[in-house]
Design a protein around this ligand. Sequence first.
Ligand SMILES: Nc1ncnc2c1ncn2[C@@H]1O[C@H](COP(=O)(O)OP(=O)(O)OP(=O)(O)O)[C@@H](O)[C@H]1O
Ligand SMILES: [Mg+2]
Length: 412
Amino acid sequence: MSLKKKSVKNTVVGLDIGTSKIICIIGELDDGGNLNIIGFGKHPSTGLKRGVVVNIDATVASIQRAVEQAEEMAGLQVRDVYVGIAGSHIRSFNSNGIVAISAGEVIHADVDRVVDAARAVAIPADQKILHILPQEFIIDQQDGIREPIGMAGVRLEVKVHIVTGAVSSAQNIDRCVRQCGLSPADIILEQLASSYSVLSDDEKELGVCLIDIGAGTTDIAVFTQGAIRHTAVIPLGGDQVTSDLAIAFRMPPRAAESFKVKHAGCMVKLASDSENIQLSGAADRSAKFVSEKSVAQIVQARYEELFRLVLSELRRSGFDAVIPSGIVVTGGASRVNHLIDLAETVFEMPVRVGTPENLLGIDGVVDNPSCSTAVGLLHYGLKQAHDGDERTNKKSGGSFFTQVKNWFKGNM
Ligand SMILES: Nc1ncnc2c1ncn2[C@@H]1O[C@H](COP(=O)(O)OP(=O)(O)OP(=O)(O)O)[C@@H](O)[C@H]1O
Ligand SMILES: [Mg+2]
C-alpha cells in the first residue's frame, strides 16, 4: 500500500531499538497543544544483545516492520526519527567550562562557547560524545542559573553532564536506521529519553533516581535540582530472570518468558506455597506443578541482586543521600508482581513504577512501562524542536514550535 504523504510538520517520531522489541511511535501536536499518539508499531527484536546491535540485518528487518505498522496507522511516511542508545559501553561524567561574557550580557554565542569549553576533555578514541547536558550556569558569583540568556555579568561558567558511547555502537544504530530509509534526527541515551516521559518536574527538582529495567540492560539516571547528575548502565535485565527460570525449571527460553510474565512475583514472603502453577513446555515431565513460592525464590534473587547493584552504584557516586523523591522504576521488567515491595526493602526509600504520562491516544502505550523510552523520545524530539525554534525565530507566533513551547509549559 502506498502511503499518502500527509503533512508531517506537526509530527515527531520516536524509535526505541530495544533488546526485546522495537517500537516506532508517531506523535502529533493538535491545535490545543496536546500530544496525540497517531501511529504505533511494535515488533520483536532479535538483532540486539544487552542493548547493543549485534546483527544488522535482523535489526533492520525488525525496524522496518515496526515503522511500517506505525506509518500505516498514522497514514503518513516517516523520515526523521529520534533513536535511543543503551549498552554497557555508555560512560558519563561531569565537567565544567568558563568564558568571559563578550558584550556585558549573555547571548547565545556565549552559551555555545562555554559549553564548548566544558566539552574540551580527553575521551578515549573509541568513544564519542552523545550528550552535553547543562546542569547549571554560574554568572560571576551567582550560581543555580537555568536560563542565562540576557543576564548581565563578566564571567560565565557552566556545569555539564557529559555522556559518551562507543563510536561503533552509535554507528551501527545509525547504519540500521539509514538502511530502513530513515534519517536519525538524534541518538539519545535511553534513560534520558525515559526520564522525559515518566518523571515529574517536582521529582527532578527534589532529587530522584530513575531505573529503567529492560530485557538486556538496566539504565540509571539521577536528577537533583532539576538537572541530570549521574547516569549508568548495568548489563543485566529481564532476560536474565527468564534464563534463570529456564535453567531452574528446564524450560525452553520462549516458554520461560511467557511463564515469567504470567506467574512471576519477586517477593517470596508474599507468594503462596500451594503447588498449582503448571510448567507448560518443561523438559522434565514429572515436575509439572510448582508453587508461586518456588518461582519467587528464583525471581527475587535476581531482582534483589539487580537492585543491590543499583544501590552500590548510587552509593559509589554519592547520590544515595540526595534523592528524597526516591526511586522511579520503569521498563518492561518493572511489571513483575510485588516489585515495589522488594525495591522499598532494598533501597529503604519510596519507590513507584513510572509509566508514560501527558499524552493522548492508543491504549497499551499510556500506562505501559515498556513504552517509556519510545514516548520519551517523542518528548525529547519536541523539546529539541522547541529549543531550535526559540533560537532561530524568537518572535514567531502561532508556529508548530510555539505550540510545543506552550505544551511544555503546560505539562512539564
Ligand atoms: N509482567 C511482566 N513480568 C515480568 N517481566 C516482564 C513482564 N512484562 C515484560 N517483562 C520483561 O520486560 C523485559 C522487556 O522490557 P522492555 O520492553 O523495557 O525491554 P527492551 O526495551 O526491549 O530492552 P532494553 O531496554 O534492555 O534494550 C523482558 O525481559 C520481559 O520479560
Ligand atoms: Mg528499553
